[in-house]
Design a protein around this ligand. Structure first.
Ligand code: UD1
Length: 373
């Protein structure tokens, strides 16, 4: 029996692997194993997502944890090599752009095991970002490059990648969103937080380039405090950001701002229940730019660039940079009802997991059972 190994490690990986795993079980006779590197380990950054997404617990947990980039990536590589040599997978499937992704890509390709990268071809063209390095290297090493949108295909072709390796499959994260929406809508999260539909803003911040820079962080938090004067702002705080807020002594000021609700990181369903009914989302996350596009909720991205331009060209996203005055102006515009209407991009249709399962079957010479769809 042919074997596929999926690698997960950090929060944005789980919602991408769950639909692929489900479709492989339903449609193919492939054997599959999930390896969790342990890059994210807090229950709120990891365990809750397995439960929310119906993804079975990982068969293998490497327990790596945090560290410098070299330390974390190297530890993951040593452990993965050991597991791959024992398990002998026929294909390793990686998603996204986190350190777990690049670690798996390096080990897989050096062991001459076929490698598939889901979410290939995205580029911010900012080489100082760790995620951009992870994307470029992983794509270079992959045998299957599965892209979410045509701009990603174009980036890969420009880098000289043979078109025969590139497959436009759509956005797998949107499979999770569409299949979870009904369940999320039934949660009492808004009530618990004292919010009303379209009567609040959701904010997230976690990029090192924003939160590890004290001046920038203070400016961005200042905008959130300002916006909170007009509408309540729900701000689930990432552990990296919480640490920086504490180091900079900004906690008390934030906690005392009426309307600004600092909360712990939320589970997948809980977070979807708040984003889907928000008046506005303000973020520096990659995934959230896509989720708001799928939900047609206005999104302001507090970064200089996006690796997901389709969310701006087609969807409901606007890249507003990190200058507080510019962000404030854009937020005012949205809150006064002046914002573009987005559309949902091609193939963000909830069936990307199925397309990937079929592709893996064909690649490995295994018949597709087509149990559904
Ligand atoms: C990682 C990804 C980033 C992704 C983000 C989503 C890389 C290079 N970065 O960034 O692309 O958008 O995940 O969340 O892979 N920590 C905890 N508990 C945890 C995990 C982390 O407290 O469960 C703290 C630790 O202090 C750690 C810090 O957060 O040092 C950063 O974690 P790390 O995994 O290195 O990077 P993220 O900022 O989470």
């Amino acid at each position: 029996m042919k074997k596929v190994i999926h690698i997960v490690g950090a929060r944005p990986n789980f919602m991408k692997v769950a639909p692929i795993h489900r479709a492989i079980s339903a449609r193919t006779s492939l054997q599959q194993l999930v390896i969790h590197t342990g890059q994210h380990y807090d229950a709120k950054m990891s365990d809750v997502f397995f439960a929310d997404l119906g993804l079975p617990p990982p068969e293998i947990h490497l327990g790596i944890g945090s560290g410098s980039h070299a330390e974390q990536t190297a530890k993951m590589m040593v452990e993965m090599e050991r597991v791959f040599l024992k398990e002998k997978p026929d294909l390793v499937s990686v998603v996204g752009d986190v350190n777990s992704t690049i670690a798996a890509a390096l080990v897989t390709s050096k062991l001459a095991i076929p490698l598939s990268h889901v979410e290939a071809g995205l580029r911010s063209f900012e080489r100082h970002q760790p995620e951009e390095i992870n994307r470029v290297v992983t794509d270079r090493l992959s045998d299957l490059l599965l892209t979410p949108s045509r701009d990603a295909d174009a980036n890969l072709l420009k880098e000289g990648i043979d078109p025969k390796y590139i497959h436009l499959v759509g956005n797998v994260m949107i499979d999770s969103l569409l299949s979870s929406k009904e369940k999320a809508d039934q949660l009492p999260t808004l009530k618990t937080l004292g919010l009303t539909p379209k009567g609040y803003v959701v904010a997230t911040l976690h990029r090192p380039s924003n939160v590890d820079n004290p001046k920038l962080l203070a400016g961005l938090l200042g905008v959130l405090m300002d916006v909170a004067k007009e509408l309540p702002v729900v701000f689930p705080v990432h552990p990296r950001t919480r640490k920086m807020i504490a180091e900079q002594g900004l906690g008390p000021k934030l906690e005392q701002t009426p309307g600004l609700k600092l909360v712990d990181p939320m589970g997948y369903l809980e977070f979807l229940s708040v984003t889907s009914q928000a008046k506005l989302v303000m973020t520096d996350s990659g995934g959230l730019q896509e989720e708001t596009t799928a939900l047609n909720v206005p999104c302001l991205t507090m970064r200089e660039q996006t690796e997901r331009p389709i969310t701006v060209e087609v969807g409901s996203n606007e890249v507003v940079g990190t200058d507080p005055a510019r962000i404030r102006e854009a937020a005012n515009r949205v809150l006064s009802g002046d914002f573009k209407k987005g559309r949902v991009p091609e193939l963000w249709d909830g069936r990307t997991g199925e397309r990937i399962a079929d592709l893996y079957s064909r690649f490995l010479g295994v018949e597709v059972k087509r149990a559904f769809g």
